[in-house]
Design a protein around this ligand. Structure first.
Ligand SMILES: NC(=O)c1ccc[n+]([C@@H]2O[C@H](COP(=O)([O-])OP(=O)(O)OC[C@H]3O[C@@H](n4cnc5c(N)ncnc54)[C@H](O)[C@@H]3O)[C@@H](O)[C@H]2O)c1
Length: 336
C-alpha cells in the first residue's frame, strides 16, 4: 500500500505530540517534512530523521508528493494555512480554533469545500476513552433523556502571557473544547449562552485582556442545559470531569490518575494527583484522532469532526464572550 505523505507545521507543545505520534505509531504514513519559523525546531526534525525542515509554509506545501498537512502553528495562522493547503489540494488536519473571526472561518470553509479536500479540526476530547464511553451510553439511551450536562475543565496552570495574547482568550482557546464536547455528547445545538467570568489566578492575564476563571450555562434547543466550569489553574493538576444526568440515571467520568494507590495514615487517606496536563491526560485521544483522520482519507468516510463543528463551537465561544461583556444571556444567533 502506498504510504500517505504527511507534513507538520508548527512544532510547539501540540505539534511535538502529533509529530511523535505520526512517527511512532502509523507505519502506513511517511512524515516527509516539518515546518516552524524558529531554527530551534530543526533539532526536533533531526531527532525524528525528517528529510526536510522548512521555515515557510509555501515551501512546505511544495514538497513533492505531499498528501496531507497537520497544522499546529499558532491560532492566528490557521485560516491562512488552511486556505493555502486546500488550494494546493492537500488533506488537512488543523488544530482548534480555525480562526477568531466568524467571517474568516466561513470564508475558509468555503475554500475547503470548493477544493474538495478534507478538513478535520483538533477537537481531540471526542476521542478520549472516558468521554467516548459516556457518549456511547448516552446514545444508547442508558441515562434516558439527558437533562443536565456538567463539565469541569481546569488547567494545572496558565500558559505564557505571549500565548494568551494570540490565543483568542479563555473561551476561544480553552473552553472551546468544552463547547464542542457539550454539542457532541448532547447531540443537539446550543441556543443560549450565559457566562460569568473573573480574573482570579493571575492579574497579568487580566492585563492582557483575558479572563482566567469562568462559569457558563448553555441551553440547548429543547431546553436541556449544560454547566461548564473553567479555571486556568487547579493546584492539584488537570481537572477534566464530565457528568450526564438524565431521566433514567446518571453517568460520569472522573479524572485519570497515574496509579490508583491509596495511602491510609493517621492524617487521612491519600492518593496520587490527576495526570498533570493535556499531554499526559489526552495521550490516547491524540492517537485516536490521527487514526480517525487518516482512516477517513483512506476510506472516504465522513470526518469525525468537521469544519462545521469548529464553526458551531466558535459561535458558542463568541456568545460567551458577549455574555460576559454585556452581563446577560446571549442567544447564539446574535453572534451568527
Ligand atoms: N487540541 C489540543 O489539545 C491543543 C493543545 C494545545 C494547543 N492547541 C492549539 O494548537 C495551536 C498551537 O498551540 P501550542 O500550544 O502548540 O503553541 P506553542 O506556542 O507551544 O507552539 C507554536 C509553535 O508554532 C511555531 N510558529 C510560530 N509562528 C509560526 C508560523 N507562522 N508558522 C509555523 N509555525 C509557527 C512556534 O515557533 C512554535 O514552535 C494553537 O492553535 C492551540 O489552540 C491545541
Amino acid at each position: 500500500m502506498k504510504k500517505i505523505k504527511v507534513a507538520v507545521a508548527g512544532l510547539g507543545r501540540i505539534g511535538k505530540i502529533h509529530l511523535t505520534n505520526l512517527c511512532q505509531n502509523f507505519p502506513e504514513l511517511e512524515v516527509v517534512a516539518v515546518m516552524d519559523i524558529i531554527n530551534e525546531s530543526k533539532s526536533i526534525a533531526d531527532q525524528f530523521m525528517i528529510p526536510k525542515f522548512e521555515k515557510n509554509f509555501d515551501d512546505l506545501l511544495a514538497v513533492p508528493g505531499l498528501d496531507a498537512v497537520i497544522i499546529c502553528s499558532p491560532t492566528d495562522t490557521h485560516a491562512d494555512y488552511v486556505i493555502k493547503a486546500a488550494k494546493a489540494g492537500k488533506q488537512i488536519f488543523c488544530e482548534k480554533p480555525l480562526d477568531l473571526s466568524l467571517e474568516q472561518v466561513a470564508k475558509t470553509l468555503d475554500v475547503v469545500e470548493q477544493s474538495g479536500v478534507k478538513l478535520m479540526l483538533g477537537f481531540n476530547r471526542r476521542f478520549d476513552p472516558n468521554f467516548l464511553k459516556i457518549k456511547s451510553m448516552v446514545d444508547a439511551g442508558q441515562v434516558g433523556d439527558p437533562q443536565i450536562l456538567k463539565i469541569t475543565s481546569r488547567d494545572p496552570g496558565p500558559p505564557p502571557i505571549s500565548y494568551i495574547k494570540v490565543s483568542g482568550g479563555l473561551f476561544m482557546d480553552m473552553a472551546i473544547h468544552d463547547f464542542d464536547m457539550a454539542r457532541y455528547i448532547m447531540n443537539k445545538e446550543v441556543v443560549e449562552v450565559y457566562s460569568r467570568s473573573a480574573v482570579l489566578v493571575d492579574p497579568a492575564i487580566g492585563d492582557a485582556g483575558d479572563i482566567d476563571t469562568a462559569l457558563t450555562t448553555l441551553t440547548f434547543e429543547d431546553g436541556t442545559m449544560a454547566n461548564i466550569d473553567n479555571s486556568r489553574k487547579a493546584v492539584y493538576g488537570y481537572d477534566q470531569r464530565l457528568e450526564v444526568f438524565g431521566s433514567k440515571g446518571m453517568v460520569k467520568a472522573d479524572n485519570n490518575f497515574p496509579d490508583n494507590h491509596q495511602h491510609y495514615s493517621a492524617d487521612g487517606i491519600h492518593g496520587s494527583l490527576p495526570l498533570n496536563f493535556f499531554l499526559e491526560r489526552y495521550t490516547t485521544s491524540y492517537l485516536n484522532e490521527m487514526a480517525a483522520f487518516f482512516k477517513s482519507i483512506r476510506t472516504g468516510e465522513d470526518l469525525a469532526v468537521s469544519g462545521k463543528d469548529g464553526l458551531e463551537a466558535m459561535k458558542i465561544a463568541l456568545a460567551a464572550l458577549k455574555s460576559v461583556k454585556e452581563n446577560r444571556p446571549v442567544l447564539v444567533y446574535e453572534v451568527s
